[in-house]
Design a protein. Structure first.
Length: 75
């Protein structure tokens, strides 16, 4: 019951291209995690959960960062 709403809505909110998460090591075929991505990933405030989690577990409101996927209403 917890797994699906959690994993389906968990987001790291990386604001750049997916290809910017890894870097190719010069003079090698190796790759490494981009240090900027690693710093972003280590900051808890960059992680959010979405609507399905909020609807399934309303009692946990305020204990996590929430980001709605619903379009905003125009006024």
């Amino acid at each position: 019951m917890f797994f699906v709403p959690f994993t389906a809505t968990l987001s790291l909110n990386w604001p750049y291209e997916e290809t910017d998460t890894l870097l190719v090591v010069p003079d090698s075929n190796d790759v490494m995690i981009n240090p900027v991505f690693e710093r972003h990933m280590r900051r808890l405030e960059n992680w959010t959960l979405g609507d399905a989690f909020a609807q399934t577990f309303p009692g946990l409101e305020g204990t996590y960062n929430y980001k709605s996927c619903r379009p905003r209403e125009r006024r």
